[in-house]
Design a protein around this ligand. Structure first.
Ligand code: NAP
Length: 250
């Protein structure tokens, strides 16, 4: 039996790739494509898909997830810009409706490995900075991948403390040292034409640096991860929990 799939943001850069990728898989069936201005709830009610793949915009994604869960549909979410509070809200909704969901800041398997290697390196080299590079049309900064990597570096340090800046250090241009969120890992966001999605994590130690870099050169790089997640939709539905990060399905 085929797994039925709806795509939100179907006319977008990622959505178009997802539509083509789902249509190319014999065990998956694309039943709905919605974009800005379409009635998602009606599409869900009419087509009853097993999964809703969402690559929309930060303002729309939470409403789409809520609609999917309320209709017993598993949201497979690639849209970035959700706050930690939003993620916790989705976790609660999954439990309330008894339907699972997947939120993956990065569906590229190479990027998932980059994050895993960064977590491992942080155990031995706690001083780290992240440079993420994306196309000029990306709305949010930093990227979801950078935020997740910072979280994983903070976990990987396991108590080892990074070196403090010297007393009196200051920025001549505000923001020159990047932004800091979880784990105080500086994140530098580059937005330039020519990039799809790249990230380099630089670790510094005594007389040495280690760089771990991943480049998505084409949006097709995300599709094996999206297809993998869609195939997990029945198991996610039964699990009734939010899964955060593609690495949990590998
Ligand atoms: P995009 O080209 O702007 O596509 C977004 C699409 O969603 C557009 O067609 C947009 O329509 C549509 N849309 C807006 N509001 C909507 C709504 N309420 N319901 C349904 N559709 C709606 O952006 P993109 O480059 O494809 O990226 C989409 C998202 O995926 C971004 O958050 C990006 O950061 C993320 N992303 C994630 C990964 C990952 O691996 N997790 C990888 C790449 C990108 P209009 O153009 O008419 O507004």
């Amino acid at each position: 039996m085929s797994i039925t799939v709806a795509v939100a943001g179907a006319k977008g850069r990622m959505g178009q790739e997802v539509v083509a990728a789902v249509q190319a898989e014999p065990d998956l069936r694309l039943v709905a494509q919605v974009d800005l201005g379409d009635d998602l709830v009606r599409a869900l009610e009419e087509t009853r898909p097993a999964a809703l793949v969402d690559f929309t915009v930060p303002e729309a994604v939470l409403g789409n997830i809520e609609a999917a869960l309320a209709h017993g549909v598993v949201p497979i979410v690639g849209t970035t810009g959700l706050s930690p509070q939003d993620v916790e809200h989705v976790r609660g909704l999954c439990r309330r409706h008894g339907v699972g969901a997947l939120i993956a800041p990065n569906f590229a398997i190479g990027a998932v490995l980059m994050m895993r290697f960064a977590q491992e390196a942080a155990k031995y080299l706690p001083d780290a900075e992240i440079i993420e590079m994306h196309h000029e049309k990306k709305l949010d900064a930093p990227s979801g991948t950078a935020a997740k990597t910072a979280e994983m570096i903070a976990q990987g340090r396991a108590g080892a403390t990074p070196t403090a800046l010297p007393a009196g250090a200051f920025e001549k241009i505000p923001g020159a040292r990047g932004g800091k969120g979880v784990g105080d890992v500086p994140v530098h966001s580059v937005r330039l034409p020519g990039f799809v999605a790249s990230q380099e994590v630089i670790f510094g130690g005594l007389g040495q640096t280690l760089s771990i870099r991943h480049d998505s050169r084409d949006r097709k790089s995300f599709m094996p991860g999206v297809i993998l997640a869609v195939r997990h939709a029945p198991a996610l539905a039964a699990g009734g929990e939010l899964v955060y990060g593609l690495e949990n399905l590998l």
